[in-house]
Design a protein around this ligand. Structure first.
Ligand SMILES: O=P(O)(O)OC[C@@]1(O)O[C@H](CO)[C@@H](O)[C@@H]1O
Ligand SMILES: [Mn+2]
Length: 401
C-alpha cells in the first residue's frame, strides 16, 4: 500500500513542479495573466478582479505580467503557486515556504530568548508600573514589533533575514529611522479608552499579522503586554489562509510557533508559550484568517468585497497593520506625493482607529512633512526599498463623509 501511496506522492510532486515551471515561464516571458482554473472558493473573486484589470488595460487584450500593476501580479503569483500545490493531492496542503519560515525562527533564537526574558521580567512587576513607565514599555515593544518587520523572506529573496542581535539593545539608535512616529497618539487612544471604559465592555485590539518567525514572536509579546497591562481585554490576530509572500503567517505557523516556544528548553520562552496557549483557550486571544487578506484587492474595497470582515473590524478599538504589503494595500499602492495625509490615502477605509507598523520596502509613502522625503532621497536614493526606515503611522478620524 505504501509503495502505491508513494507513487501517488511522486506523481503529484511531478505535476506540481510542471505547474510551477509553466508559471515561471509565463512570468519570465510576459505572457497574459490567465484566469484561475482551480475550484477554490476565492477563484471567482480572483477572476472578477482579472476582468477588472482587463478592462483597465483599455482593450489592449489580455493584461500581461509586465504590463499589469506590481501589486496585482505579485499577489497573483503567490495564488498560482498555491494552486499548483492544492490541485495535486496528496501534497495539496504542503507549505512550500515552511522550511524558510522555520529556519528564520531557529536562526532568531537568541533574539527570541532575549525578548521573552525581557518580557517575563517586565511581567513580574507590571502591576507596580506607573502610567509613564507603562507608556515607556509600550513604546519599546511597539518598536520591537516594528523592526521585527525587517525579517521578511519575500523581501530578502530568501537571503537570511533572521533577527540576530538582541531586539531591545538597538532600539535607541534606530529611533532616527522612524520617519513617522505616532506612538503618543496610540498611547492616548489606549489609556483614554481604558479610563473611559466604565461600562466594562471589552477593549479589543486587532493585529493584522505579517511575517512568521521573529516578527510573529514580537507581535505575540506585544499582544501579551496589551492584555497584561490591562490596556486591552482581547486581541484578535489576522493571518493568511494560504502560504503568502514567502514568510507571511498562516494558522499552521501561528500554532507551530506557540508550540515551539512551549517546548523550548528555556524557562521564559516556555512560559510565554504556555501563557499564549492559555490566552487562546480562554478566548482572550482569537486567531482568524479571512480569505480577503490573500486577494489582490486594496483595503478601500474591503467593505464591498468582504463586508463580514469589515463589520468585524468595526468592533475593534484599534487595528495594528504590520508590514509593507499591508501598507501598500492600505494606501492603494499609489505613488502618492509624500505629503498627502494618511487619512486621504486610506480612501475611506476606516473600520476603526488604525495604525501601520511598517519598514519601507516599496515606493509608497504618505503623511511625511514637507521636504522630509526629498531630504532622505537626496542622500539615500534607495531609502524606500531597503527596509532601513520605518513608520508608526496612525489614523484616528472616522471617515469625514
Ligand atoms: O509585507 P512585508 O512582509 O513587510 O513586505 C512584503 C514585500 O515588501 O515584499 C515584496 C518584495 O519586495 C513586496 O512586494 C512586498 O510589499
Ligand atoms: Mn510579509
Amino acid at each position: 500500500m505504501s509503495s502505491l501511496k508513494n507513487m501517488k506522492g511522486v506523481e503529484a510532486e511531478k505535476r506540481a513542479i510542471s505547474f510551477l515551471s509553466k508559471l515561471r515561464n509565463e512570468l519570465q516571458t510576459d505572457k497574459p495573466v490567465t484566469p484561475l482554473e482551480d475550484e477554490l472558493p476565492d477563484a471567482v473573486l480572483w477572476n472578477q478582479y482579472l476582468d477588472y484589470q482587463r478592462n483597465l488595460s483599455n482593450g489592449n487584450g489580455e493584461p500581461s505580467w509586465f504590463q499589469s500593476p506590481w501589486l496585482f501580479v505579485e499577489c497573483y503569483m503567490y495564488r498560482r503557486i498555491h494552486a499548483a500545490l492544492v490541485q495535486n493531492p496528496p501534497i495539496g496542503s504542503f507549505d512550500v515556504f515552511k522550511e524558510g519560515k522555520a529556519q528564520n525562527f531557529f536562526e532568531s533564537q537568541e533574539a527570541i530568548i532575549a525578548l521573552c526574558t525581557y518580557f517575563q521580567e517586565l511581567l513580574k512587576n507590571i502591576k507596580d508600573l506607573d502610567e509613564k513607565q507603562l507608556q515607556g514599555e509600550l513604546f519599546k515593544l511597539l518598536q520591537v514589533s516594528l523592526w521585527g518587520n525587517k525579517c521578511d523572506l519575500s523581501f530578502s529573496a530568501g537571503e537570511e533575514s533572521s533577527q540576530k542581535s538582541s531586539p531591545l539593545q538597538c532600539l535607541e539608535n534606530m529611533v532616527p529611522y522612524i520617519i513617522v512616529d505616532d506612538m503618543e497618539k496610540l498611547w492616548s487612544l489606549l489609556i483614554n479608552t481604558k479610563k473611559r471604559n466604565t461600562e466594562k465592555c471589552n477593549v479589543r485590539v486587532d493585529i493584522v499579522l505579517d511575517n512568521a518567525g521573529f516578527e510573529l514572536v514580537s507581535d505575540l509579546v506585544l499582544a501579551d503586554f496589551l492584555l497584561s497591562s490591562k490596556l486591552a481585554d482581547e486581541v484578535h490576530f489576522h493571518g493568511k489562509s494560504i502560504p503568502w509572500y514567502v514568510s507571511d503567517t498562516t494558522k499552521n505557523d501561528f500554532n507551530w510557533t506557540i508550540k515551539q516556544l512551549q517546548a523550548a528548553n528555556h524557562m521564559w520562552m516556555s512560559r510565554c508559550g504556555i501563557n499564549w496557549e492559555g490566552n487562546l483557550k480562554k478566548g482572550v486571544w482569537v486567531y482568524q484568517d479571512h480569505m480577503f487578506w490573500t486577494l489582490p484587492h486594496v483595503y478601500s474595497s474591503m467593505a464591498e468585497v468582504a463586508p463580514d470582515l469589515y463589520a468585524d473590524l468595526q468592533k475593534s478599538n484599534l487595528i495594528l497593520f504590520k508590514g509593507d504589503l499591508n501598507y501598500r494595500k492600505l494606501t492603494g499602492d499609489r505613488k502618492w506625493e509624500y505629503t498627502v495625509p494618511f487619512h486621504q490615502a486610506l480612501n475611506k477605509f476606516h473600520p476603526a482607529p488604525l495604525c501601520s507598523l511598517r519598514t519601507l520596502k516599496s515606493d509608497t509613502q504618505v503623511g511625511l512633512k514637507p521636504g522630509q522625503g526629498e531630504q532622505i532621497q537626496a542622500s539615500e536614493p534607495e531609502w524606500m526599498v531597503t527596509g532601513k526606515y520605518g513608520i508608526v503611522q496612525f489614523d484616528a478620524a472616522p471617515s469625514s463623509s
